[in-house]
Design a protein around this ligand. Sequence first.
Ligand code: GAR
Length: 213
Amino acid sequence: MSYLLTDVTTLNLGFLASGRGSNMQAIIDACRDGRLNAKPTVIISNNASSGALERAQSAGIAGYHLSRKKHPDPCSLDLVILQTLQRHDVNLVILAGYMQKIGPKVLNSFKNRIINIHPSLLPKFGGRGMYGMKVHEAVLAAGEKETGATVHLVSEEYDEGVILAQRTLPVEQNDTPVTLAVRVLEVEHNLYVETLRKIISGEIGLPDKAIQL
Ligand code: GAR
């Protein structure tokens, strides 16, 4: 294990986000007000009209729409995303509601340096097709007494990488998917910032980033 990120003076964050981008915004705010010693440098979205790209513009951060529409060949899309992250000297890739699989080039070049947040207590309610409101619907349908959020490293499979942090909250009797989503999202914002702070301080060690041949 190497306690990473000590080899860079400024930790540059690159975001991948598909939607509203509230988790991304929570992290940007924490960087701007000094809670996080990191610099948001680039935001990539597969959705041209995403809130995430609007937020990029408002925050004065470089934003790019990179999608299958623009790059129908998956290899070219993977490469252009990688080149964009590299051009902005990204050290850590943050997935913030990114509803696409990460390509092999980005995964290999940023091995153990891509993190994601998921709105459940993984491994429960994760995997293909489990995202956003669907997760909360499934939690309620299963009669769960508690739910939460998970920050994890990104691997080849959806929601399967090493878990870095989790926070739990109770499911209330009168919860609907919407009320649950609101409470979980608030937990997500805090958990994501707190986990990043611990990664930056070395309290949470990430595995070595060496590419395995
Ligand atoms: C968040 O709840 C995040 O955990 C979830 O999408 C939402 C994005 O909200 N991600 C997943 O479900 C990934 N499997 P945001 O755009 O406001 O951050």
